[in-house]
Design a protein around this ligand. Sequence first.
Ligand SMILES: Cc1cc2nc3c(=O)[nH]c(=O)nc-3n(C[C@H](O)[C@H](O)[C@H](O)COP(=O)(O)O)c2cc1C
Length: 208
Amino acid sequence: MPDLFEIMESCRAMRRLKPDPVPDDLIAKILQAGICAPNGGNIQKWRFLVIKDRKIKEAVQVWYKKAFDEWIGPRYLNSSPPPGTNKEKYLRQHSAVEYLTDHFAEAPVWIVACVADPKPDRSTGASIYPAVQNMLLAARALGLGCTLTTRHLFYEKEAEAALGLPEGVHSYAILPIGYPMGKFGPVKRGPLKDIVYQDHWGTPYGNA
Ligand SMILES: Cc1cc2nc3c(=O)[nH]c(=O)nc-3n(C[C@H](O)[C@H](O)[C@H](O)COP(=O)(O)O)c2cc1C
């Protein structure tokens, strides 16, 4: 198994997934890694919904795709490539994003990360996304492809109704998981020197 730093450096969004089933014990390992994460006061308000039912996934995919057609697709076409990437790579990412949009329900397993919090705020998110990241890393370590997705939240009410979430419970991410079609490769980011400061905002950090 690669070491933690290699895992982090190659934990890319893997959007092209095979429909082959994923063993339950691997999903359990991913969930177990999730709940090792820090969370406010260790209150553990997180809940995780594992979805394999194709009909439920398809009902959510309707909203995920609608948000792509209305917002995300046009935005991609009109944006410049992010730091650390270029036009060609960005177009490849766009095509993978579109692929996942059209095949969302085909991912054999979804983990929906939820929180039962009557008054969600920034700290609610801070208490679930570390678990989400742990699960992304665990999936990568196990050779499974996964992507942090939140686009269903453009239609939060409708998507959460399709997910069957009870009152007071909200979803923060859907992780579609499956064996990847392609290979894991390095993540692409801009250099540290452009984003790390020392002591005073704007003063470059010497070691970056
Ligand atoms: C808050 C958040 C929401 C995201 N939502 C989606 C999504 O709905 N669909 C998707 O394909 N990728 C989604 N992503 C994945 C990002 O697009 C991806 O992390 C980014 O492009 C960098 O690519 P990499 O992780 O492969 O390096 C999301 C990531 C974050 C952090």
